[in-house]
Design a protein around this ligand. Sequence first.
Ligand SMILES: Nc1ncnc2c1ncn2[C@@H]1O[C@H](COP(=O)(O)OP(=O)(O)OP(=O)(O)O)[C@@H](O)[C@H]1O
Length: 620
Amino acid sequence: MDTDLHHIREIEAVSQGAPATRDPVVVQSWLRCLEKHRLDPAARAEAYILPDSELRLHRQRSEELISIARSGIENLYALVAGQNYVLLLADRSGVTVEYLGDDAQKSALRRSGLYMGAEWSEARAGTCALGACIESGEPLIIHQDDHFDATHGGLSCTAAPIYDSGGRLSAVLDISLLSSPRPKASQSLALNLVRQSARRIEMANLMAEARREWVLRLSGSPDFLDVDPEAAISLDGAGRVIGMTHAAARLMARAGGVDWRAPDQLIGRMVSDFLDVRLDRLDELTRLRPAADRFIETRDGHRLFAHAIEPRRISTRRAPFPAPATVEVPAVLRELAGDDPAMAQILRRAAALATRPLPLLIEGETGAGKLTLARAIHGVAGGGAVTVLRCAGLSDADEALVFGRIDGRRHEPGLLDQAGRGTLVLDKVGELPLRLQARLLQLASEGSYLPVGGLRPLSPGLRLIATAQGDLARAVEEGRFRRDLYHNLAGAVLPLPPLRERRDLFWLLDRLLARAFGQPVLMAPEVPARLAAHHWPGNLRELARLAETLAAILPHPRLELSDLPEQMARLPDTASGGASLLAQVLRETGGNVSECARRLGVDRSTIHRRMRRLGIARRH
Ligand SMILES: Nc1ncnc2c1ncn2[C@@H]1O[C@H](COP(=O)(O)OP(=O)(O)OP(=O)(O)O)[C@@H](O)[C@H]1O
């Protein structure tokens, strides 16, 4: 009790400005506990463990982070396990979503909160390593009576933050001891270990995200540069920063004289603002040259060694980007898709990119929902209006219509002048005439444009989202689209899948029908299979129009097979159309006969019979 009293008095003295013997991170956390969280140092509270249902939600949200972090976590635990350390990974709200500890100590660990589901936010638990790390963004040790609440006074906890590639804190890694030697310095090695593991987890995350982009990896020495670099930056085709590890954020912030806590001042900027590198010379920094020869300078005069990793080639068939580890998808984006893995990934990536000032390119077949996604992304980012420039109908003569015209002292405003600060969607950008592409280049690369006849460029602060039907890279190869403009627009590509490849067809249909009818619609059992077998060349537009048409013609909210348009209602047969349909559905289901039978609304023996008759081999 005496020690408790002594502890309370020390906190009070610090709050009244007495000189502290504690680390500044501890003092700052104590002050936050008193002033911001209004905690009472005399009140004791046991560790709080979330109920299972809530923990499940936290773990679901962190699923990707946990999977990316797993090998880093396991390696770290292997290093410290013999010394009684427990390892915790907490999400941004301080909830432990992953835990590795010794089973023999399980009940003691659970009691003290070093356990799965424990919430270690500063507001709930007072000064603790996870909470203080979340608040300060810095690696730190909270040792024994550094804890605000005397309940946790026996613990020694060491934590380091994990940042996502957009510079936001996404998780905290912690190793803790139930009992430890008295000197705090005994935990210095632990601090280095968690810091190093957090860095490697960030690196793994960035590398997974940036397979299609240039990545520049950096170290102060060439020794471990190619295997275990200190920092990494991913770049779009124009040399703008689109992702970074935390060490890279700090390094660029120092070089550019900005605050690392404001990632907006780093993301979207040209890498050459921070480092003396040229995009057209990145290939000189690949592993083809010895590491010791690959040095560059930061803009504040520090020498670094660099390793540039080339993007994987643009292929005509794009795999969706891997999504960032810890992004919450806002409702405006979530409502665009049901349970479809490719869409889930695209929406997570869209959510991560929405608030960054980078151009985006959305690709997909006609009616796949490109414009709808562009509007939803604007909805997340907020600010200003959406202006859509329909590129398909434009000719070279429409320059002034788009960019405005300065005639003497008269300014005839164009579409861009009316757009103001907001989002400009370049719809079907692949169809933009070459002359307009030239003028657009300046907008895409520098954010400004020149009105026809004008001398001074205007900088409206527009965010650009381009859409393209099909593959814009091919238009570049065929000389129909400027390569430099492509690289400026296509730093981040969101490839929307066609409806026939999506697994949420019925989720979409249910919603569209319910919207059109104003109530839920019942479907006869044979209907879904016929719809799944349809090719949907018009994609979501075709589906939406079908729902509206049915609502207009059906007297009641019930859908029979005979209500479907003729080409959908027809039973797929072995006539030539049926043969290709069967082959296509087999392809889409990876040769799974049961799934194929379900989609076509027939039984498995019918599929086997037709495959035999058509000479389609079974997959083994
Ligand atoms: N996620 C969605 N859920 C339901 N309906 C959608 C969705 N996305 C698009 N639609 C419907 O599909 C129609 C076409 O969408 P959108 O204009 O976004 O497609 P697009 O890919 O831009 O088409 P195009 O390339 O032909 O211009 C929309 O009017 C809307 O009715």
